[in-house]
Design a protein around this ligand. Sequence first.
Ligand code: FES
Length: 165
Amino acid sequence: MANEDFQPKIVGFLCNWCSYRAADLAGTSRIPMEPTVRIVRLMCSGRVDPTFVLKALSMGADGVLIAGCHPGECHYLEQNYKTIRRFAMLRHVLRALGVPDERVQLVWASAAEGTRLAEAVNQLTEDIRRLGPLDWKDRWSESPERLEALEDIVQEHAEAMEVSA
Ligand code: FES
């Protein structure tokens, strides 16, 4: 059951051309949206290096939302197809680290889809409330070997995630 008192901290990596504008539209249209997301605006979802997500979680985020233009509509041609590939590998890594899929989600929302973006935020917030805090920051700072293990895992999958490209 969700803990309604728990206010999750979510980092949202939103592409400038679609999803950031969708979030803006949700705000100006007064579409109900949980105030749980700290937005990081990037020019494209293809700019989201998977290490950004791991870093957000290790610095205290309870979840991460990646949002961009629909496939085929990326302003940088095919960069969001890269996002899809990276996200699949990121999920694999997060599962290996014991992070449930619900904590890190990918959504496509065009500039006109404020409702869709708001629904994604609300759903992610509800999922994370049900799961509770992640507490990676506290748990990992007590255990430096975990940080080394994380670096090893990222290195192991670096090529597939195009981290080093
Ligand atoms: Fe929006 Fe690439 S410009 S996903």
